[in-house]
Design a protein around this ligand. Structure first.
Ligand code: UGA
Length: 436
């Protein structure tokens, strides 16, 4: 099938390449010339495992191309819209500028019978408000939210847990759902559930999934706060809770909390939208979820201060990680980078290392020192804090090896990913989050 993908960021670039990899003929369109020239050369503008492979394959096969020309969308049967919906400046709502601009730019190139499939995470009610403009040119609007995780984006796009299609009522909706079934045929044939519903439900599935995940993380971080007072161990608690299949262990990782370009801004946009709908109280708990999350960053700073005997002033602190999570170079609302900035503000000499995210981190926080090599970053450290659980810090860094580099013996485990017994046995003061 001929497909256009509007927006070539984390979502769109992966979607375009993944659609080509399952056999479609795809054009990716973005206003950012630099991004388009990189993608056209088969290079990913950001770090995402497997992305360069499927980009190169798609381009070599002739089924995948990228352009800044919206006219290239003409002739495609399905037009996916995957532009960003960041938090607005000075508020909590989602900034819809890019979605509106994408629809405006796309409309003149649509033909009778085309399908426009929104993938961006949007406030509930967006599809209904855009629908008249799309149907006015004879096309059909569907909402087909995306659930990919950064770091696993290719896998999640090709083999998602589920596919959701919000369609208009009546025959048009039935036809649009059928076209999407054809687009995703390889995945559906493997058993992926395909849920057809109305616009509002489709939009809600997306925001409520992220709200639930954020709530799960903040729940366990709230338990960490209690464990800190009573001397309990939140990691053992999470293991024990996780054996209950109704609860499950995943996303019960306590630590410095969630960040990234999705969870934080999505729960805020959801709260803002619920307020607009007169149902603010229904998701009032998301404020608490957000607050618990933000408190953990402060707590991590306190642990470093405590480990260094009450002050970090003029102390060398090495921060292991900058990305908001491993297998990503994304630093949007990175909790770890926030912790680094807070420590810098307290007068510490902060050195940040990360296998992928240094260029992005440096651009946003030039006041910090960045060292690409892990061991060089550890050399002379008075305290070390793990904030992103990359394998090279969590699995591959032994306390004995670190002892040969660092000046001090304080390790703060912001992700509860290290073995406290091993670090203590090597003479380190180990401070975890919600662990004695
Ligand atoms: C999230 C959702 O997981 C995806 O399903 C969704 O499609 C995506 O947002 C989106 O809306 O586009 P992502 O932001 O890539 O995906 O990252 P997650 O894997 O959800 O992690 C989010 C944050 O939570 C990270 O900072 C991670 O370190 C933190 N986290 C995760 C914890 O603190 N504890 C955990 O147990 C799990």
């Amino acid at each position: 099938m001929r497909i256009s993908v509007i927006g070539c960021g984390y979502l769109g670039a992966v979607h375009a390449a993944a659609m080509a990899s399952i056999g479609h003929e795809v054009v990716g369109i973005d206003v950012d010339e630099q991004k388009i020239s990189l993608l056209s050369a088969g290079e990913a503008p950001f770090f995402e495992p497997r992305l360069t492979d499927i980009l190169a394959e798609g381009i070599a096969s002739g089924r995948l191309m990228f352009t800044t020309e919206f006219a290239a969308a003409a002739g495609a049967t399905v037009h996916f819209v995957g532009v960003g919906t960041p938090q607005i400046q000075g508020g909590y709502a989602a900034d819809m500028t890019y979605v509106n601009a994408a629809i405006d730019a796309l409309l003149p190139h649509l033909s009778e019978g085309d399908i426009v499939a929104g993938k961006s995470t949007v406030p509930v009610g967006t599809a209904a408000s855009l629908e008249p403009r799309v149907s006015a040119v004879g096309a059909t609007l569907v909402w087909n939210p995306e659930f990919l995780r950064e770091g696993f984006a290719v896998q999640d796009t090709i083999d998602p847990d589920r596919l959701v299609a919000g369609v208009p009522a009546g025959r048009e909706g039935g036809r649009a759902a059928q076209v999407l079934r054809e687009v995703y045929h390889p995945s559906i044939a493997k058993g992926t559930p395909f849920i057809v519903t109305d616009y509002a439900t489709a939009e809600l599935v997306k925001v409520s999934a992220n709200a639930f995940l954020a709530t799960k993380i903040s729940f366990i971080n709230a338990m960490a706060e209690i464990a800190e007072v009573v001397g309990g161990d939140v990691t053992v608690l999470a293991d024990a809770l996780g054996y209950d299949v109704r609860i499950g262990r995943r996303f019960l990782g306590a630590g410095i909390g969630f960040g990234g370009g999705c969870l934080p801004k999505d729960i805020r946009a959801f709260s803002a939208r619920a307020e607009e709908l007169g149902r603010g109280e229904s998701v009032a708990f998301l404020r608490e979820v957000d607050e618990i999350n933000m408190r953990r960053r402060q707590r991590a700073v306190e642990l470093v201060v405590q480990g260094l005997g009450g002050s970090v002033y003029e102390k060398n602190v090495t921060v292991l990680g900058a990305a908001f999570k491993p297998y990503s170079d994304d630093i949007r609302d990175s909790p770890g980078l926030d912790v680094a900035v807070l420590l810098h503000g307290l007068g510490a000499r902060v050195t940040v290392t990360d296998p992928q995210a240094i260029p992005n981190a440096r651009r946003q926080h030039p006041q910090l020192t960045y060292v690409a090599d892990r061991d060089e970053a550890l050399t002379g450290a008075d305290a070390v804090i793990l904030v992103t659980e990359w394998d090279e810090y969590r699995r591959e860094l032994s306390p004995e090896h670190a002892s040969g580099l660092a000046a001090g013996r304080v390790i703060v485990d912001g992700r509860n990913g290290l073995d406290p017994a091993a670090w203590r046995a090597a003479g380190w003061t180990y401070l975890g989050m919600g662990r004695p």
